[in-house]
Write a protein that binds this ligand. Sequence first.
Ligand SMILES: NC(=O)c1ccc[n+]([C@@H]2O[C@H](COP(=O)([O-])OP(=O)(O)OC[C@H]3O[C@@H](n4cnc5c(N)ncnc54)[C@H](O)[C@@H]3O)[C@@H](O)[C@H]2O)c1
Length: 256
Amino acid sequence: MGRLENKIAVITGAASGIGSATAQRFVEEGATIAALDLVTPEGEAWDSICATAPESDSFIVDVTKEPSIEEAVRAVITKYGRIDVLVNGAGVSSGGATEDITEEEWDRVMDINLKGSFFVAKHVVRQMIKQSSGSIVHIASIEGLDGLSGQLAYGTSKGAVVQMTRNMAADYATMGIRVNCVCPGAIETPMTAILNDESLKEIKTQMENAHLMERFGLPHEVANGILYLASDEASFVTGHPLVIDGGWVAGTRLKY
Ligand SMILES: NC(=O)c1ccc[n+]([C@@H]2O[C@H](COP(=O)([O-])OP(=O)(O)OC[C@H]3O[C@@H](n4cnc5c(N)ncnc54)[C@H](O)[C@@H]3O)[C@@H](O)[C@H]2O)c1
């Protein structure tokens, strides 16, 4: 018996990185996936998801567009009859200090990382209220807990996702709906692949060393934490930001 046996899981950002790894981990535990993304998931990872859980399907959605989300969530409910789990993984990175960030860039990051997560949660939770059950996991970041230079817009969006988690947990705790988030450290995904550029090697080394384990995490290491929060094993856990960061927020290791 899998840890998500017969559960229907909506995963945004499922075409890549952490979202894709989460979808793969979920089907290993018996879930069927409704993948919501700007692009259609493809390649080996998606093929293996569809081979393991053939009812899985993908829906093209821009999380910044509420009508597009409403339509996709309606299509998911029509197809599966319910939604047991939502993982809000769609997101974008952004760099820049306060004095340099344009209004357009600020809006882009807030619209995708924060408003998009809110829009999807809003439409999915309406179904979960009808069912009196469900588990929502937002993907925040350690940057939503700790400050990091040159990351104002991204860090602010993720700090708000952590707070959104707590507010939603308070709204739905007595309705059988749990709301948590994960706060990953730096993870090896297409989002951070730019740091492999020779010109950014020094920054990548500094970031690796900011984790006590002196490395980036891997997508499946985050997926395992999301799986725990999504599953009934976390039945008494709500409003919690689960830190998965190789020790970044724990502190600094001096080299004597
Ligand atoms: N990689 C990291 O180091 C790291 C660390 C902490 C948190 N996170 C967070 O984890 C989540 C996943 O990141 P990742 O590293 O897997 O990134 P990724 O770039 O590999 O995947 C992001 C996915 O989101 C989708 N997406 C982007 N904008 C969208 C939109 N408007 N509508 C629908 N889908 C959209 C993309 O198409 C892509 O499939 C993000 O929220 C990110 O902020 C990542």
